[in-house]
Design a protein around this ligand. Structure first.
Ligand code: ARG
Ligand code: ZN
Length: 465
């Protein structure tokens, strides 16, 4: 049986039914069962992610032709059903799906916007482990975020850079694109042999294949949220080294940036060692940094094990920030996008701590400066008004202010325990704002409403503290 594609109109109806009525009888097909939900009802991105299953592994086999910009991919997704499943959804923005299988059997594919619905021949029982393959291709289109920034698969003219926070990974592979479903990855990149191809984790092989191309395989063993997956294909000057005794470090920079970035790249192992002292064991088996020319992307991003920086953002504070995200965000990942302040607040506070310990600027001074800044008071850190405001200053600066007030309230000793204990408690998992406040209160041995009410949830700037 060959896969079939329902006409767009019918597919849209199916997707709406799937989204609105997660518990209904499927609209087509003979199987009586329950389709997985088409979205996880995230407070900011309700359609991201899908219900009814949990991914444990993605194997992405991607071939990129820089001349045409065309991407040819096969995604092999290993997952477990968390309900009886008659159908399941994957998120994919753009690109064309040629065929899909579930457990080796062709599956019917419906496409409605960014939702792909796969209907397996046989219903998947709750608890069953299953494998999905999706063959797809096309010229990926970058995504414009609600806040106007650009992400996804970015064609750099002669190469590509793929980044995904918050929704850009949907532009280059089908998956369960919500941070709550973390998985291991193996990303194989086939590209012209004159180019370097990088991704997350450890490089496991690089073999010549037909057409003057090389297939390079990267393996991310520890769980990763899909927004942290990355690809860089292009001309790069690379270095390899070691940090923390045994962790392989790969840096890659645009050839024009070799000397300008050499000093800071050499500091990377020191930054990691100092952070490991403060935050506990580094969570991953690889590390590194990639520096691209300005204009490729408008922000630095903590892509797992291998953060990416525009040239003009490759400074010490940003390096410290993106490395701190490896603990705060990448290992302990937000339960929903509403919990993003836990990422950005900790990463910003890591900058304040670094400046305190190694730059002799007390954290109290960084706090005072943030307190004085009008823009930081637009909304409470855990409550951006819309997705457009998700990365606005309050999420970063007020997030860090919460942590500083917490430190002043519980004292340096308990706060130091929290900096190690919190990433240990939720290592390689997800955590919410409520998880954090109850963790801090349990550690402090008392309620901390005074801190949360004013600094975390309070709308207005308090009297000068
Ligand atoms: N998480 C990035 C950082 O290190 C910023 C990402 C910004 N992305 C966006 N879509 N505005 O702070
Ligand atoms: Zn950040």
């Amino acid at each position: 049986r060959s896969p079939r594609t329902v006409a767009a109109g019918a597919a849209a109806v199916l997707a709406v039914l799937g989204l609105l009525a997660g518990g209904c009888t499927p609209a087509t097909g003979g199987v009586q069962g329950t389709p997985g939900a088409a979205g996880l009802k995230d407070p900011y991105f309700p359609r991201l992610g899908n219900g009814g299953y949990d991914v444990s592994h993605y194997a992405l086999d991607l071939a990129f032709d820089p001349d045409s910009g065309r991407l040819d991919g096969t995604a092999t997704i290993t997952a477990r059903a968390t309900q009886d499943l008659s159908a399941l959804n994957l998120d994919l923005a753009g690109l064309t799906v040629a065929e899909a299988t579930v457990d080796g059997e062709p599956a019917a594919v419906n496409r409605a916007g960014d939702e792909l619905t796969l209907r397996p021949r046989d219903e998947l029982p709750d608890g069953a482990e299953f494998t999905v393959t999706v063959a797809y291709s096309g010229v990926p289109e970058p995504l414009t975020d609600p806040d106007g920034s650009t992400e996804g698969w970015l064609n750099t003219g002669g190469g590509a850079v793929a980044v995904g926070e918050p929704a850009g990974s949907t532009t280059w592979f089908p998956g369960n694109h919500h941070p709550s479903d973390k998985a291991a990855y193996e990303i194989a990149l086939t590209a012209p042999s004159r180019l370097t191809a990088l991704s997350n984790g450890v490089r496991v092989s690089a073999e010549p294949v037909s057409g003057g191309r090389t297939r390079t395989v990267w393996r991310q063993t520890e769980p990763m949220a899909s927004y942290l997956a990355t690809v860089m294909i292009g001309r790069y000057a690379t270095t390899t080294g070691t940090a923390l005794g045994t962790v392989p470090v790969v840096t890659a920079v645009d050839p024009s940036l070799v000397s300008a970035t050499a000093g800071l790249r050499a500091e990377l192992p020191t930054v990691l060692a100092r952070q490991q002292d403060r935050f506990g064991p580094y969570p991953f088996d690889a590390a590194g940094a990639v520096v691209v020319p300005d204009g490729v992307l408008g922000y630095a991003l903590e892509t797992q094990t291998r953060p990416v920086f525009p040239a003009s953002s490759f400074d010490r504070a940003t390096l410290v920030h993106e490395m701190a995200h490896q603990w705060f965000g990448n290992s302990v990942t937000p339960a929903t996008w509403q919990d993003l302040w836990l990422n950005e607040g900790f990463a910003t506070y890591a900058e304040w701590l670094y400046a305190e310990e190694h730059g002799s600027v007390p954290a109290r001074e960084s706090f005072e400066a943030a307190f004085a800044e009008e823009a930081n008071w637009a909304f409470p850190p855990a409550d951006p008004p819309t997705a457009e405001n998700l990365f606005d200053p309050p999420v970063y600066q007020r997030g860090a202010m919460v942590l500083h007030k917490l430190r002043e309230t519980v004292g340096d000793g308990v706060f130091g325990e929290l900096l190690r204990g919190w990433p240990a408690e939720h290592r390689h998992a997800n955590a919410s704002t409520e998880d954090f406040t109850s963790y801090a209160e349990a550690l402090a041995g008392r309620d901390l409403d005074g801190v949360w009410d004013v600094w975390l949830y309070g709308k207005d700037r308090p009297e000068r503290p």
